[in-house]
Design a protein around this ligand. Structure first.
Ligand code: SF4
Length: 537
């Protein structure tokens, strides 16, 4: 299938070397200032854009009722239980660490190919920053250009609406079979379960997603969906479901999936994809992938449906010259992902291939609530590269399933409370060492670990924990009285061995996988005074 662009700009190839060209002479700080004023107050253009422009819809995402959804009140309990189990599973932790070891090596190697990685991060951050802060202007521009290319846009306020829109489109297409490429927004709205409940067969065409579908599991990691699965397990899985002979060869395993998939592309009436970027100036959808399955999913079936959060808009095609290599390097340690395709509407008269219809479902699902929050708005800059997961000590220890969310790891812990309710999901923000590795790794410079603190603060304000409140009050009382603080320290030092032995309920979970340190014989203050007697007060 040929991707149509608009004029010569669309035809310009995206090369790794263009990144450095794009970076030269840019001063992100000044450009941030250029767009410094809020431009979110413009005339409303119908319901949906009004919602975006004013950032006020903030309709809480209803918890999907289809299977795969989490019962919110159980989320925290299950998280604590699963986290404790995963931490004890040393085999699983070692396997994940080994899998990520390869990523670190290639990530560092590819980063070093950038003339200036930090400047590239500034440029990527600026591209997303200026787009998200001008959604009022850029979304209508994208929609107008996308529709001029022959595509149809559908606005979905929440997961229910998005599922209804997709199901209606699938029904209208009289589809018997649906094929999907990797699409995290479809995971977010629990689309597969809804399609299956309505009697439609749906097949994941991304290899990792296909493996997860056969295993009956959600993605473990939103970039590497089956990173926790060993090669021999995949071979067994294919043997059971596809009747293939055991093999240890990754190439052969890939070919098995490929042979199985080819016929399904031909049979499918509807192909569903996600979108990595929505280019406002050309009305094109950019999809980046390593297997070529998204191209086939979008090109072969009669109807192509793309599902995307509205925050994926970028202004210029040139922005992709920065964002695509950053996404590939930060996410998978690649210089560029293998296939980078721009989709611009359905097949036109005289064209040999492409779908008859192309639809784009633009999803809100509480993104307007994030947009309306100046403190955390930059979490909408996320390009879903997964780098923050790969470096997170918590993710490496508890694993992807423990989160119970579509988006795992640090960024998932930031946005899930917005998408699914702070009261039920604020525990995720506590699952952080606040080391800041996530923020350092983020190619678009999202201040992730501070957003975790913002969520903690907001949760403490909106649903205070009585025990925590008493604890804080006690601490303030003690900390304001030096003699009491010193006495408390002395008592603590002396009773530490007893606490270790008795394991009181409050400390039991903590002590289950840790040892308390030896208490020093003297307090810090006494040691300090001994070394620097002149500071004695
Ligand atoms: S928050 Fe940053 S590092 Fe994490 S997935 Fe998004 S873009 Fe990547």
């Amino acid at each position: 299938m040929r991707s149509r662009g608009s004029g010569t700009r669309a035809a310009r190839p995206l090369k790794y070397s263009t990144v450095c060209t794009a970076l030269r002479g840019r001063n992100p700080r000044n450009q941030h200032r250029l767009y410094g004023r809020s431009r979110l107050q413009v005339a409303a253009i119908g319901y949906n854009q009004d919602m975006i422009v004013n950032g006020t819809s903030a309709t809480p995402a209803s918890h999907p009722t289809v299977s795969g959804a989490e019962l919110p009140r159980l989320a925290k309990k299950r998280f604590l239980h699963d986290a404790a189990e995963s931490v004890r599973d040393t085999d699983h932790r070692a396997f994940i660490r080994k899998a990520l070891g390869g990523y670190y090596v290639s990530h560092n190697a590819q980063k070093s190919r950038f003339r200036d990685w930090e400047q590239a991060r500034d440029a990527a951050s600026l591209a997303k920053w200026s787009a998200v802060n001008r959604l009022d202007e850029l979304l209508p521009r994208f929609v107008a250009n996308f529709e001029a290319n022959g595509g149809q846009v559908h606005w979905a306020r929440d997961a229910d609406e998005a599922r209804t829109i997709v199901l209606d489109l699938v029904k209208a297409a009289r589809a018997k079979a649906v094929i999907k490429s990797k699409c995290m927004t479809s995971e977010e709205i629990h689309l597969n379960a809804a399609l299956e409940a309505d009697g439609y067969g749906v097949v994941e065409s991304d290899l990792g997603e296909f493996i997860q579908q056969l295993r009956g599991e959600p993605p473990y990691h939103f970039v590497f969906p089956c990173m926790h699965v060993r090669r021999e397990e995949i071979s067994d899985l294919f043997g059971r479901h596809l009747g293939t002979a055991p093999t240890d060869s990754p190439e052969e395993l890939t070919m098995i999936a490929r042979r199985h998939m080819r016929g399904l592309y031909i049979d499918a009436d509807v192909g569903i994809t996600g979108a990595n970027f929505l280019v406002a100036e050309t009305g094109q959808i950019s999809i980046t992938e390593n297997e070529g399955n998204a191209r086939l999913t979008a090109a072969l079936p009669r109807v192509h449906i793309a599902i995307s959060g509205f925050e994926k808009v970028v202004e210029h095609l040139d922005d992709l010259a920065v964002l695509l290599p950053m996404l590939a390097t930060a996410g998978a340690g690649q210089p560029m992902t293998c296939y980078n395709t721009l989709y611009a509407g359905p097949r036109q008269p005289g064209e040999a291939d492409g779908p008859e219809e192309m639809h784009l479902v633009l999803l809100d699902n509480a993104r307007t609530a994030i947009l309306a929050d100046p403190e955390q708005r930059d979490s909408l800059h996320c390009i879903r590269c997964g780098a923050c997961l790969n470096v997170c000590p918590i993710f490496k220890n508890v694993g992807g399933f423990t989160y119970g969310t579509t988006y795992q790891g640090p960024i998932g812990s930031v946005i899930t409370p917005h998408l699914r309710g702070l009261a039920d999901w604020n525990h995720l923000s506590g699952a952080s060492s606040l080391c800041g590795a996530c923020s350092d790794a983020c190619p678009v410079r999202i201040d992730i670990h501070h957003h975790l603190l913002h969520n903690r603060r907001n949760a403490a304000r909106t649903s205070p924990n009585a025990l925590e409140k008493i604890g804080h009050k006690l601490f303030v009382m003690v900390a304001r009285r030096p003699w009491l603080f010193a006495l408390g320290g002395k008592l603590f030092r002396q009773t530490l061995p007893l606490l270790k032995a008795l394991r009181p309920p409050l400390l039991r979970d903590w002590l289950a996988s840790r040892d308390l340190p030896q208490a020093p014989r003297e307090s810090f203050r006494r040691q300090w005074e001994r070394r620097r007697p002149e500071t004695r007060v």
